[in-house]
Design a binder for this molecule. Structure first.
Ligand SMILES: Cc1cc2nc3c(=O)[nH]c(=O)nc-3n(C[C@H](O)[C@H](O)[C@H](O)COP(=O)(O)OP(=O)(O)OC[C@H]3O[C@@H](n4cnc5c(N)ncnc54)[C@H](O)[C@@H]3O)c2cc1C
Length: 392
């Protein structure tokens, strides 16, 4: 079978809708993020200033927020949605609120997530919705459930409210035929999230994949979990929805494991994560009778590999059960080039009040720091495009 290659270095396509000024701005930001010193100082200063109530929101909004978020409200995201749609890329509205803790906050967040699903309804520009269980549930309860700890009456009531909120979201998604992803989070609460996701899939994925669980392939146990989940779905008669990612909490996971004296639940090296990620892609491509899946990645090799596997199996680029996805402001070379070749591709477009988006922005900042062990591929691509436009 012939080799099939997409040219992800085609920066002219990747940045076609960026003006020279926007590209220069992007360069300045990624250059700053790439410096471990400026990155560390910037993220600490932002946290500190916000904690003190200093007026830094404007500065954050016009710099890093603008690069990685669509706006503060669903409506403010409209220009980003339209811009992506013009390139054939879908939007996934991601209400980026973290660290809330009251039952009223959780209800408000549930209502906002439902609004994103309603906004997506019948709009081909928004193929998926997404939510994090920690946005609608207390961490402590999720942890207790994950560790199979006995809950008192109050804990039991909280647990029931979590289930009700998750069900309310998935029920709306199902009634509107609008697929929804459930993000994966820290390993010590993930069992509770997996149970909820499995419950929802068994209920709402009878005809098509409406609910998608997320698997972090930096965990060595996840490949087997994927296979077990597929078998469970098959025997119970529902379609497995799965989003494959490498995992965003590696440092936190390792620190906690070390502090608490248990073995880290993360692969000891990147090679192991990459191997399992690619094996999971292959497993999914070979089990399309039972599942639909999303490759949530900025990794060029994995993306190329999936395109190659689809080609080898004679699968259409826009196969209705295979999706590619990246985050807004990152991996544009993948998103724009995949879209140009007719693949199903969408981007998470986070939105929400600036102060609430800070934990999300810090994760993106850390990912793009050279301290993360790699020279920023984003910076490389922007630099090439500036040179191609003779702006460097
Ligand atoms: C659309 C989308 C949705 C996402 N949803 C989630 C989600 O729900 N939950 C979540 O946790 N993350 C999520 N992420 C983030 C994701 O998990 C990764 O952090 C991010 O995409 C970087 O990984 P990569 O596949 O792009 O590739 P790469 O940049 O090639 O890989 C980086 C990743 O490899 C792993 N890694 C790096 N070094 C090592 C090492 N020394 N040992 C072992 N592993 C290592 C880590 O997972 C790291 O993030 C999402 C990403 C996208 C694009």
């Amino acid at each position: 079978m012939s080799e099939f290659k997409l040219d992800f270095q085609d920066t002219a396509t990747a940045f076609a809708d960026k003006s020279d000024a926007e590209l220069r701005e992007k360069y300045r930001l990624f250059k700053m993020l790439n410096s471990p010193f400026l990155n560390a100082v910037g993220t600490r200063a932002a946290k500190f200033a916000l904690a003190l109530g200093l007026p830094v929101e404007g500065l954050i909004k016009s710099t890093i927020f603008e690069q990685f978020c669509g706006g503060e409200t669903i409506q403010e995201c409209d220009p980003a949605i339209d811009r992506l749609a013009r390139a054939g890329i879908g939007t996934i509205l991601d209400y980026a609120i973290e660290g809330r803790s009251t039952e009223q906050d959780f209800d408000k967040t549930r209502d906002e997530i439902i609004r994103t699903i309603e906004r997506a309804k019948n709009d081909p520009k928004i193929p998926f919705a997404v939510f994090k269980v920690t946005g609608i549930a207390p961490l402590g309860t999720l942890e207790k459930i994950s560790h199979k700890k006995k809950l008192d009456a109050k804990g039991q009531a909280k647990c029931e409210r979590i289930h009700t909120r998750v069900n309310e979201i998935c029920e709306v998604a199902h009634s509107l035929g609008q697929p929804v992803f459930i993000d994966a989070e820290e390993s010590w609460i993930q069992d509770a999230i997996d149970h909820l996701a499995t419950d929802m899939m068994a209920k709402y994925n009878r005809q098509q994949a409406i609910v998608y669980n997320t698997l972090q392939m930096y965990r060595p146990d996840r490949l087997q979990y994927l296979k077990d989940s597929r078998r469970e779905a098959h025997s119970a008669g529902y379609i497995l929805g799965v989003k494959l990612v490498r995992g965003a909490y590696m440092e936190k996971e390792r620190e906690r494991a070390e502090e608490s004296g248990y073995e880290s639940p993360i692969h000891p090296d990147k090679k192991g994560t990459d191997r399992d990620y690619n094996a999971a892609l292959e497993y999914c491509v070979d089990h399309l009778d039972d599942l639909a899946f999303v490759a949530g990645t900025h990794n060029e090799r994995s993306t190329q590999l999936l395109a190659q596997m689809m080609h080898q199996r004679g699968l259409a680029h826009n196969h209705p059960q295979i999706f590619f996805s990246q985050l807004y402001g990152m991996g544009d070379n993948l998103s724009y080039i995949l879209a140009k070749h007719g693949y199903n591709v969408s981007k998470y477009v986070p939105y929400g009040p600036v102060a609430d988006a800070v934990p999300y922005l810090i994760r993106r900042a850390q990912e793009n720091s050279s301290a993360a062990g790699q020279v920023s591929r984003e910076l490389d691509l922007i630099t090439s495009e500036l040179a191609r436009r003779r702006l460097a």
